[in-house]
Ligand binder design. Structure first.
Ligand code: GFB
Length: 318
């Protein structure tokens, strides 16, 4: 591992960034740079420039983003587009100016067309229309992919992107208005159990399929890429990024039953079809990452149990 390199984790306070931080610390990295968002506002270009000039990171992991579930994406459309564009433009541009040796940008599987052929290969990018509920976020993430690729092609920068599937795990956002489906359902089933409620409402038809990756597996994949894969390996393969997932998906209705079982809720599940389903399916083709030598280790049931345990420890009285 690059133990003595100065590694800047942008977004180290979030679910993904904090997991990457733990992973790199466990590998003996001693010079991690992890400023809180209150200390470094990534929307502010001057502040970002001053940070790079003062701290001189050698490796950058760009895990900072404004993120949220289907409703947050659909509602706060301007914020998802503007904040993410600004964060990416500032960090990637200043990393290039400061001579950073390697930068890995984290995108999202929603960059792919809504009706992409499944499982989705990296080549599917920009081959069709996006899902409308998260189009602004997807456009911002596509811009980040293209920034990395363009800085590689014009300046030879060792910058590239990864596309994780839907993520979950400790430090997730459990706010019902803004969260993704897994933390939302953990909270809903837990609350229903302790309040002896008969029903829990799940948004949409329950029919969409989603693929879920435990966040610590993603962090392990990022450490693997930091160590083993450079931009020329990615672009030399004719693509701009690499997918990270588990290669398997599950219907939302089935996921809800699994979470109910783990939490210990034995009432009824009711579907609220006034809420959007979003993309019908987004299963990633993970064969490129497998060929490079990495695969996930945490099963969905195990990851859900760990996440519920973390939720209980963080919310002892709820
Ligand atoms: O996790 P989620 O919000 O993200 O929703 P997306 C996944 C599916 O779960 C959708 C359903 O079909 C939701 O309708 N669902 C059921 C629920 N009950 C709930 C609930 O209580 N809360 C939530 N949030 N969903 C996001 C994108 O899409 O995924 C982002 O908007 C990003 O841009 C992210 O790509 C990973 O998979 O639909």
């Amino acid at each position: 591992m690059h133990k003595n390199k100065r590694i800047y984790i942008a977004g180290s306070g979030g679910m993904v960034g904090s997991s990457i931080r733990r992973e790199l610390e466990s590998r003996g990295c001693r010079s991690l740079q992890t400023p809180a968002s209150s200390e470094l506002d990534l929307i502010d270009q001057r502040a970002v420039r001053a940070f790079f000039s003062e701290k001189k990171p050698e490796i950058v992991i760009l895990a900072a983003a404004k993120v949220g579930g289907i409703l947050a994406n659909d509602t706060h459309r301007a914020e998802f587009l503007y904040n993410n564009l600004m964060i990416e433009a500032n960090v990637i541009h200043e990393a290039q100016g400061a001579g950073v040796e390697k930068l890995i940008f984290l995108g999202s599987s929603c960059i792919y067309p809504r009706n992409a052929v499944q499982p989705i290969t990296e080549e599917a990018l920009l081959t069709g229309v996006l899902e409308s509920t998260n189009e602004p976020y997807a456009i911002a993430k596509i811009a980040g992919v293209k920034l990395c690729e363009s800085y590689f092609r014009q300046y030879g920068a060792n910058f590239y992107s990864v596309m994780p599937t839907n993520l979950y795990g400790r430090n997730d956002n459990f706010d019902l208005d803004t969260s993704h489906v897994i933390p939302a359902l953990i909270r809903k089933f837990h609350t229903a159990k302790i309040e002896n409620r008969a029903n829990v409402t799940v948004w949409g038809t329950g029919k969409p399929l989603r693929e879920f990756l435990y966040v610590d597996d993603l962090a392990n994949a990022i450490a693997f890429l930091v160590e083993n894969v450079d931009a020329r390996d990615i672009y030399g393969d004719g693509v701009s990024h690499v997918n990270i997932g588990v290669g398997k998906d599950i219907e939302i209705g089935e996921l809800a039953s699994l979470i109910a079982q783990i939490v210990g809720f034995d009432g009824h599940i009711v579907f609220d079809t006034s809420k959007p389903d979003g993309t019908p399916r987004k299963l990633l083709d993970t064969s490129r990452m497998s060929r490079m030598g990495w695969t996930h280790t945490t099963s969905l049931a195990e990851g859900l149990r760990k996440t519920y345990d973390w939720f209980l420890s963080a919310n002892p009285v709820s």
